[in-house]
Write a protein of this length. Structure first.
Length: 408
């Protein structure tokens, strides 16, 4: 049974707003998700009654803060089936990926090696590897995106078979096409070829069940603000690699002992958490995970599949529209990108906003993919638990109104 979105919409205060006299329709959850009152109230309660720094104070507030902070870490790690000690709080998925690129990459990648990415990657899973290759003399290679919006495992095998790939970086779910990549199989094949895997899970964790033990990648990064939580990120890593890597940032309680000219490092995960943590944000993300777990991620996935299916049925009613991404709903998440002949995506989004329909427009931090698609930008609708089919109807109406404005 899909999520009854009408049962949860009341939990999201922003959805009670009206803009330009119209009830708000929020269809940009792939960029950032709205927050339920349970998350907002958890953070407010912490700030109001238990705020203190973690791991340092012996007074009651410090103990309460530490218990809530580390308790959130344990629940978040359990949510994706990974070891809490190997689950590191970061600012966001971008910082998580950069941590791997600097702390692992610069000691393990060199001239003659290759870093393999895909043409569908978000810039956050491209630019760090470009910098790594520039610094080390390694070569950056791309897996192509087929006409279906999917990757070829045969092409992956061919590249891995050449024996030069040290690292494979791939999105679990494309933020543009919605493509769900077979990351478990990719990680298995990469490991067999002696390559480390980094999975960008920013779009996956918020909208589908994710079992990191089953995926068995070396590193998995995601961000809380897309998963109904505040702005904080996670990096889940393989223990042996995290223990051997040097720290990414220095200072605060990431140390064990500091001498005049050298230091030793704290245990995992604190070795990689320099300075004062984003404490309230971690606690808030714990509340967001509790909220999603209460719904059940199988139900969340079913709900988004239903909305994406409905959108793919209704949007072709708009004259001149082109849809992108896999045809099979089983191979795509809750993201529907499109263009309309004669309308720039930014104009589409601005005119939709007049109807209080919020959609994304632009290159979506994926310019290489835009070039593969042969466009400069797309518009994009994306869904979460608080959306209903009527939101898709409102989008279709707004797109019709946009065509009328331009007399198309």
């Amino acid at each position: 049974m899909a999520v009854a979105a009408t049962d949860v919409r009341a939990d999201f205060p922003v959805l009670s707003r009206e803009i330009n006299g119209h009830p708000l329709v929020y269809l940009d959850s792939a960029a950032t998700a709205q927050k339920p009152r349970q998350v907002i109230e958890t953070m407010e309660r912490f700030y109001s009654h238990s705020y203190g720094t973690v791991h340092r104070g012996v007074y009651e507030l410090g103990r309460e803060a530490t218990e809530q902070f580390e308790g959130a870490r344990e629940r978040i790690a359990g949510f994706v089936n990974w070891d809490p000690d190997c689950s590191i709080f970061t600012r966001n998925a971008t910082e998580s990926i950069n941590l791997v690129a600097y702390a692992w990459g610069r000691d393990n990648v060199g001239p003659g090696d290759e870093v393999l990415v895909t043409e569908m990657e978000h810039h956050s899973n491209l630019v760090p590897w470009q910098l790594l290759c520039q610094d080390t003399g390694a070569t950056l290679r791309y897996l192509s995106v087929g006409d279906s919006g999917e990757l070829s495992l045969d092409e992956l095998d061919s590249v891995l078979g050449e024996g030069r790939v040290k690292l494979v970086a791939v999105a679990h779910v494309s933020n543009v096409l919605g493509t769900i990549n077979p990351v478990e199989e990719i990680a298995r094949r990469a490991r067999a070829a002696g390559a480390v895997t980094v999975i960008d899970g920013a779009q996956a964790v918020p909208q589908m069940p994710v079992d990191l033990a089953a995926i068995d990648a070396d590193f998995y990064a995601w961000t809380g603000h897309k998963a109904l939580g505040p702005t904080t990120g996670l990096l889940h890593g393989r223990r042996a690699l995290l223990q051997d890597m040097r720290p990414f940032l220095g200072g605060g309680h990431m140390i064990s002992r500091v001498e005049r000219d050298r230091s030793s490092w704290n245990e995992l995960p604190w070795k990689y958490e320099a300075g004062t943590n984003a404490i309230a944000e971690a606690i808030g993300l714990g509340a967001a995970i509790d909220y999603l777990a209460g719904i059940g991620m199988e139900r969340v996935r079913e709900h988004e599949r239903d909305l994406a299916t409905y959108a793919l049925e209704r949007l072709p009613e708009v004259e001149g529209i082109t849809l992108y991404g896999p045809e099979s709903i089983e191979h795509r998440g809750g993201v529907v990108p499109f263009t309309i002949e004669g309308l720039h995506p930014h104009d589409i989004a601005e005119l939709a906003d007049r109807e209080a329909v919020c959609i994304r427009a632009g290159h979506h931090c994926a310019q290489p993919l835009m070039r593969c698609l042969g466009v400069g930008a797309t518009a994009r609708a994306s869904f979460h638990v608080y959306n209903v089919r009527e939101d898709v109807d409102r989008l279709v109406h707004a797109l019709g109104q946009a065509r009328e404005v331009f007399e198309l």
